[in-house]
Design a protein around this ligand. Sequence first.
Ligand code: 5GP
Length: 114
Amino acid sequence: MSEPSIFTRILQGEIPAEIVAETENVFAIRDIAPQAPVHLLVIPKTAQYHDVVELAAGDPALLAEVVGLADRLAAEHADGDFRLIFNTGAGAGQTVFHVHAHVLAGGLNEKSLG
Ligand code: 5GP
């Protein structure tokens, strides 16, 4: 067995983090190093999918739940508009291989991609 991911450890309460939303299958936390006024991570509870490509192929309904919670949180924490980022692969900046969506919102620079 591989070590539990940092997000599994947060979900299990081993590492402190404010869980801002939780459903049966998905939860959300604030990113520890925010890159926007609102920067949340929406994370499936299962650690079985390492990235969004695996998640889309293996459980598209769960991917839809991730997107739905991102939408709800952008409305609750900002004006409803948001940027959804899945870093996919180490070369793209992925550091935690337990799939998660970055939700960036609130005062984004419209012209910037990052
Ligand atoms: P990735 O680089 O894999 O796309 O995103 C991982 C994200 O997890 C990073 O933005 C990083 O700041 C965040 N992160 C890493 N460790 C922790 C932690 O212990 N607590 C929280 N809240 N966020 C974390």
